[in-house]
Design a protein around this ligand. Structure first.
Ligand code: PGA
Ligand code: ZN
Length: 416
């Protein structure tokens, strides 16, 4: 079967915040596949560049240039290349861009094409996307990830007034669908607790609640209460975790972490004490971005004190970048990496980061962005790479459920 790329079409669609993003359709003859690109709010400064139009239209966020780059530059480059040559395709786009951060063509342009081609290739082979991805990148084992359910949204994702961006339920026992059910029960209990305290049950960007609580510790107390109310055992059935997204409350000039909601301030040398106390009081099992993206002192202390018992995830720290991850591994900081396809901009570089993490026993968390579409690619990516966790928001909002529902389907397929 001929599997040559015959056409690539790009258009501007909207993400879950109503901001423009890129959707790509790749054709091979009459066959085609579509992929769309997510977008962050608390982006790391070392991420690949999302190309935006600027100017007055769409608040400067239009992606017409990115779409034009796809049709006028990337398509001529890839015309007649086989969709099965994924790594070669990614390399061609990286070289054509020629910058370290994909600022010329835009990581959003390149990623949309990279993902759509993989999806089309899997379709032409008649294989599930997760199966195809595992095969071409040499992952030997397929497995279901544990969901990290972001049930209280704060930071830049909601106006709940917490400095910490995300508070997770981590269901720990049973099959994937049993974990989702446990999560659903605990979320339901949390909703009732919030309502009984006359707190809002409206949702933030990632589908978690956004009650105006103005306190990180109050959020942790609410989550604990919800686990108990749903007759689950904290730490055994469901554990708690956070994404502090600490780059957002770190002042580089003052070298100070300011958790304004709890009126607490920490130097890089002491921020780990706060997390150690939360681990002790609330049994936190995962802390993502506990320190700011370039605060290596903070990260080193945090890893020394909690690294043997707590999963310490680097998101803004590593930005899915194999080079930054390698530097972190050598420095011995964190013990887990967050993987976001649009932080680096191609599927092949994403896989390189995942392989490096596995080689050094860093845990893998595949992640959505706060601005998402209903594209469920990351569900297949998590299964293909046997990732430890997937973080796709709470069990609400269609763009979040698209990922969990795809995983429920894959779980069924894997059972057969
Ligand atoms: P973002 O947030 O998509 O807004 O960057 C997600 C995260 O920090 O994990
Ligand atoms: Zn994060």
């Amino acid at each position: 079967m001929s599997a040559k790329i015959t056409k690539i079409k790009a258009r501007q669609i909207l993400d879950s915040r109503g901001n423009p993003t890129v959707e790509v359709t790749v054709f091979s003859g009459s066959h085609f596949a579509v992929a769309s690109v997510p977008s962050g709010a608390s982006t790391g400064s070392h991420e690949a560049v999302e190309l935006r139009d600027g100017g007055k239209q769409w608040r400067g966020l239009g992606v017409a240039k990115a779409c034009r780059n796809i049709e006028k530059i990337i398509f001529p480059l890839l015309k007649n290349v086989s969709v099965f040559d994924q790594e070669e395709i990614d390399r061609l786009m990286i070289n054509k861009d020629g910058t370290v951060n994909k600022s010329k063509l835009g990581a959003n342009s390149i990623l949309g094409v990279s993902l759509a081609i993989a999806r089309l290739a899997s379709q032409l082979k008649g294989q599930s996307l997760y199966f195809y991805l595992a095969k071409i990148y040499g992952f030997k084992k397929l497995s279901m990830p544990t969901p990290l359910l972001n049930v209280i949204n704060g930071g830049l994702h909601a106006d709940s007034g917490t400095d910490v961006q995300e508070f997770f339920f981590i269901p720990k026992r049973g099959s994937f669908s049993q974990k989702i059910e446990m999560g659903s029960n605990a979320i339901n209990a949390l909703k009732h607790i919030l309502a009984s305290k006359k707190l809002s049950v409206g949702l933030g960007d990632e589908g978690g609640f956004a009650p105006k609580i103005y306190s990180n510790e109050k959020a942790l107390r609410l989550l604990t209460a919800a686990v108990h109310k749903s007759k689950l055992q904290l730490g055994k059935d469901i554990a708690l975790g956070i994404d502090a997204a600490a780059s957002e409350f770190y002042d580089i000039d003052k070298e100070l972490y300011s958790l304004n909601s709890d009126k607490k301030h920490y130097k890089p040398a002491s921020i780990h004490q706060l997390y150690a106390s939360w681990v002790k009081r609330f049994g936190l099992e995962i802390i993502e971005d506990g320190c700011s993206e370039d605060d290596f002192t903070g990260w080193q202390n945090l890893t020394r004190v909690l690294g043997s018992t707590v999963t310490l995830v680097g998101d803004d720290l590593f930005v899915t970048n194999p080079a930054r991850l390698q530097a972190g591994i050598i420095a011995g900081i964190a013990n887990s990496v967050l993987i976001k396809v649009n932080q680096i901009g191609t599927l092949s570089e994403t896989m390189a980061a995942i392989k490096m993490a596995k080689k050094f026993n860093y845990k893998i968390v595949i992640s959505h962005r706060s601005g998402e579409t209903t594209d469920d690619f990351i569900a297949d990516l998590a299964v293909a790479t046997a990732a430890d966790y997937i973080k796709a928001g709470s069990l609400a909002r269609g763009e979040r459920l698209a990922k969990y529902n795809r995983l429920l389907k894959i779980a069924e397929e894997l059972k057969k």
